[in-house]
Design a protein around this ligand. Structure first.
Ligand SMILES: C[S@@+](CC[C@H](N)C(=O)[O-])C[C@H]1O[C@@H](n2cnc3c(N)ncnc32)[C@H](O)[C@@H]1O
Length: 370
């Protein structure tokens, strides 16, 4: 019998539409609902496995276990002490992420205390097997969300966030998060008619390039939390082969930090077709063939830049657009600079999306040569 589960894919706000397109391409499923910060859908265990190995934009996947109305602590205790934990629980001391809004129960500390006591009571009636000790399972995380007196209990299926791919350990000082990099690479490249040279002129550890080149590559280089859950029943995770690729002929990463480039290229070895160049990308022309430039430049926050942030970025912008003249140019900038870069001769704004990156409001721009 195939069991379908209610799932919620947590997506960085601003990337929901791209995440939906990614699901449609890689693991299509009917009736996906798009919400701010996530996608809601129903799917079976095989889909959960495939999604964890193949989707690059979600941050994590939650399984919705139950929803009920709640206005007092005795009922909360009763609901949690009679819940069928054995299907889901793999460790006796899970972690709890609790949030409340517009609800009579709004003391997260007291809610946690109550559910912990209720779980201990449930464990007396339906004791947990000893697998967690023998196999050294880690604690799971359950999410309790209370809105308008409606409680939703969800289980985190992913464990470490999915942008921790276990693929590249060496990182520069202000690396872009892998799921942002994957979304940006997908958006700028997916609808091109022919292959291009992808250039990141300020590549740091090269995340934009590695994510672009592996966008369709299934990965299972780390554990996912659901692999320890009872409903998984110790299955094997098999990776499907996938010949799809974003249209990239060759990738070039340029940076001023030669030491970092050396370490990164050593780590990646010959696994990915990237040429790293230690040079100042503002000094000479960096494009030859049909190229797409994609980068996240330093903003002067974590990485210092010479002079004022505005003038450095303006100089970089003029050089990339006027001298390198790529087919498409995409970069992510603080949103307070939106007015500085809104027009460029011979280019049109193809798209502009607003996001939060590490708490900072940023805009991801794509210009296209007209
Ligand atoms: C925000 S970091 C890029 C991080 C990168 N996306 C990653 O994931 O690791 C900006 C990078 O721009 C590089 N940089 C700054 N000015 C440069 C220039 N004129 N030419 C080449 N690289 C430059 C810095 O050395 C730094 O590594």
């Amino acid at each position: 019998m195939i069991v379908n589960y209610q799932l919620f894919l947590v997506i960085p706000p601003g990337l929901e539409d791209l995440a939906l397109r990614e699901v449609e391409l890689k693991c299509p499923i009917s009736a996906v609902q798009l919400h701010k910060g996530g996608l809601e859908l129903e799917a079976d265990l095989n889909w959960i496995i495939k999604a964890h190995c193949e989707l690059k934009i979600p941050t994590r996947i939650l399984m919705r276990l139950t929803t009920f109305k709640i206005r007092d602590f005795p009922k909360l205790y009763q609901k949690f002490s009679t819940f069928k934990w054995n299907e889901y629980l793999s460790h006796p001391e899970p972690e709890w992420e609790i949030s409340c809004s517009k609800s009579r129960l709004n003391h997260t500390g007291r809610i946690e205390e109550t559910v912990k006591k209720a779980l201990a009571e449930a464990m007396r009636k339906q004791p947990l097997g000893m697998d967690w000790q023998k196999k050294n399972f880690g604690p799971q995380t359950f999410y309790i969300r209370l809105v308008d007196d409606n409680l939703t209990l969800s289980l985190d299926l992913s464990g470490d966030p999915l942008y921790k791919r276990g693929f590249q350990k060496i990182k520069g000082e202000a690396p872009i998060r892998e799921n942002f990099a994957a979304a940006f690479a997908f958006e700028i490249l997916h609808d091109l008619d022919s292959k291009v040279t992808l250039i990141d002129p300020m590549c740091g550890s090269g995340t934009l390039l590695t994510e672009a080149l592996t966008f369709f590559t299934p990965l299972h280089l780390r554990k996912f939390s659901f692999e320890e859950a009872p409903f998984f029943k110790g299955k094997l995770v098999k990776l499907e082969t996938n010949d799809n690729k974003l249209p990239i002929d060759h990738a070039i990463g340029i940076d001023l930090n030669g030491e970092l480039l050396e370490k990164v290229s050593k780590e990646l070895k010959e696994n990915l077709p990237i040429t790293f160049k230690h040079q100042d990308s503002l000094k000479e022309k960096i494009t030859r063939e049909t190229s797409v430039i994609l980068c996240n430049p330093p903003y002067g926050e974590r990485i210092q830049i010479q002079g004022k942030r505005g003038s450095f970025l303006k100089e970089a912008w003029e050089k990339f657009i006027q001298v390198d003249a790529p087919l498409r140019f995409g970069w992510v900038l603080p949103s307070d600079m939106d007015d500085l870069f809104s027009k460029a001769a011979e280019y049109r704004v193809k798209s502009k999306r607003h996001l939060k990156n590490g708490g900072m409001a940023v805009t991801f721009w794509i210009w296209e040569r007209t």
